[in-house]
Design a protein around this ligand. Structure first.
Ligand SMILES: Nc1ncnc2c1ncn2[C@@H]1O[C@H](COP(=O)(O)OP(=O)(O)OP(=O)(O)O)[C@@H](O)[C@H]1O
Ligand SMILES: [Mg+2]
Length: 224
């Protein structure tokens, strides 16, 4: 599936600025290509996470549209948008996420558990956990994991449903070089198999995997 913005932008309100409304993302035309891995870099506060939220159906643009193939994502009924999101999107959010009362395997199977497909996906989940080096932690509660282990858990959770669109915010943020290679190899392989992959990163090691490179500066996205 292809995702595309048409002059989509987002303003936020903030007290104490000269103009109270400011653009976190200036209106932009952007197409996330299928079968390709795109990378966005840019300084802290430049609007990268906000753009990812617009693209992943989590945050309505204040102007413009976001298209998922022929669907205007934000014109859809909430329930329809949620269904598309859970079927088509694999989202790796910024920061540490996970339900502490579940084990690692239960956490990564959560997105498919809603559809009663946990049993079908169990083997694949275990294999993915193995690939990113945390196979031995599958039965551990997620509140016992380190930052980098949690990060890898959220990578596996995003991939287990075989999404056609993968959106990752700093997926290698707290990983060492070797672990970064295993995570990026997984994401690159998904792109080669046809997925549309978008990664926001500050990590120079990730740039080598990019088919397309963009920079974000004060809300303005530019192709490099
Ligand atoms: N809900 C919100 N309300 C008001 N301002 C917001 C909100 N979310 C983000 N912002 C502001 O919008 C700007 C862009 O934020 P965003 O999170 O997109 O930056 P970023 O490029 O992802 O930064 P980082 O690299 O630090 O994660 C920042 O100035 C931020 O303070
Ligand atoms: Mg961010």
């Amino acid at each position: 599936m292809k995702i595309r913005t048409e002059q989509a932008g987002r303003t936020f309100f903030r007290n104490g600025r000269d103009t109270n409304y400011f653009y976190a993302v200036k209106p932009v035309d952007f197409t996330l290509q299928e079968g390709s891995l795109s990378v966005i870099t840019g300084r802290s506060g430049s609007g990268k996470t906000t753009l990812l939220h617009l693209l992943s159906g989590l945050l309505k643009p204040s102007e413009g549209r976001v298209w998922l193939d022929d669907n205007d994502l934000y014109a859809l009924h909430d329930r329809e948008r949620s269904r598309l999101r859970s079927e088509q999107f694999g989202i790796i959010p910024q920061g540490e996420t996970g339900l502490p009362s579940l084990t690692v395997l239960e956490n990564v199977l959560l997105p498919v558990a809603m559809y009663g497909k946990e049993q079908d996906k169990r083997e694949q989940a275990l294999q993915l956990l193995e690939e990113v080096g945390i196979g031995m932690l599958s039965d551990v509660y997620s509140n016992e994991l380190s930052g980098g282990e949690l990060r890898r858990m959220s990578v596996v959770r995003a991939l287990v449903n075989d999404p056609s669109i993968i959106i990752a915010d700093e997926p290698t943020g707290d990983l060492d070089e070797e672990t970064t290679v295993s995570v990026m190899t997984l994401l690159k392989r998904r792109a080669e198999q046809g997925a549309s992959v978008l990664i926001v990163t500050h990590d120079k090691d990730v740039l080598a995997y990019a088919d397309r490179l963009y920079n974000m500066d004060k809300g303005v996205l530019t192709a490099q």
